[in-house]
Design a protein around this ligand. Structure first.
Ligand SMILES: *[C@@H]1O[C@H](CO)[C@@H](O)[C@H](O)[C@H]1NC(C)=O
Ligand SMILES: *[C@@H]1O[C@H](CO)[C@@H](O)[C@H](O)[C@H]1NC(C)=O
Length: 292
């Protein structure tokens, strides 16, 4: 009970710090955002046996509630979520991502995959029962090319009581004006089905309607070098999470690229790694924040 109240207080603090963040010449606010993110993650870790693995040991984490994210989930017969590489609450990255998402109002993920890992964590954090700060609507968009995965993700989310709608992208703009109006009018979890690379107008259409994104989570199988500039220009994300930052041909170039932008607008809030479920060695990650 006490632990759970402490988690709640800590998360509110992380949320407030994220939302109120302003750049300061001595970076006090940067420090505060970093510290509150770390302390939120640390509290969740204490309720999850301080593991840092995608393979959650049975019984090692506290029960799911609004302050404790659900375990990684797969409904594919005979396949565990960890075997699919799903980001779990038993990893530092999973917890830090959840803590960060808890403090923002809008997020987008590229890509959903099977939806039982980071998608579930982000959707859980963003669809908390309370509205966003100052009553702002909270929305989460995740994009997936394979329709079967999109529906699997929807099933996973609905199994923990998170309603999610699947919307197929329309060429060439990604979203028609009526689709853009729909996602604006109905805040919540949207699984956008389609190929971003063939619908590059989606960022402008979406962010033109909802007014930008707070958080972008990237775990793409490609380096996104043609996509990031469009996403950044249209959606102006304040936070960026990158998984598989140490794999060639993925999005790992972005944190270093952002840090060397003129004016030092981006800084790294947290980084780390966990053992890969696919090969020997680790998969690393980075959480970046932008001054605004
Ligand atoms: C930053 O924090 C230090 C120590 O906590 C304090 O002395 C300093 O005045 C702060 N600077 C600003 C600009 O708030
Ligand atoms: C990770 O963070 C630490 C501490 O802030 C920093 O010293 C280190 O360079 C970072 N690692 C990478 C790969 O950016």
């Amino acid at each position: 009970m006490v632990a759970s109240r402490r988690v709640a207080a800590c998360i509110l603090m992380a949320g407030a710090a994220a939302a109120d963040y302003r750049c300061s010449p001595v970076l006090n606010d940067t420090l505060r955002t970093r510290l509150s993110l770390r302390s939120c993650e640390h509290l969740l870790a204490s309720r999850c046996g301080f593991q840092n693995t995608l393979v959650e040991a049975p019984g090692s984490c506290a029960a799911t509630d609004s302050d404790m994210p659900p375990p990684a989930t797969s409904f594919f017969p005979g396949t565990k979520a960890s075997e699919l590489g799903c980001i779990a609450r038993s990893s530092t990255f999973g917890r830090a991502l959840w803590c960060l998402a808890r403090g923002v109002n809008t997020a987008m993920e590229l890509f959903t995959g099977v939806g039982g890992g980071s998608t579930l964590l982000l959707a859980h954090a963003l669809s908390a029962h309370r509205p966003g700060r100052r009553g702002a609507p909270r929305s989460f968009f995740t994009v997936e090319r394979h329709l079967g995965n999109a529906y699997h993700a929807q099933n996973v989310l609905e199994s923990v009581g998170i309603p999610a709608q699947v919307l197929s992208l329309a060429r060439p703009g990604g979203l028609t004006s009526s689709m853009a109006a729909l996602v604006k009018e109905q805040p919540g979890v949207w699984i956008l089905h389609g190929d971003v690379f063939e619908n590059l107008g989606v960022f402008e259409a979406l962010c033109g309607a909802i007014g930008g994104l707070d958080l972008v989570m990237l775990d793409p199988p490609l380096d996104m070098r043609n996509v990031w500039p469009l996403l950044e220009a249209a959606c102006k994300p304040k936070f960026l999470a990158v998984h598989n930052a140490n794999l060639p041909g993925h999005a790992g170039w972005l944190p270093a690229h952002l840090r060397r932008q003129p004016g030092n607008r981006w800084y790294e809030m947290m980084n780390g790694s966990h053992p890969s479920v696919w090969e020997r060695g680790v998969r690393s990650w980075s959480l970046m924040g932008q001054c605004w």
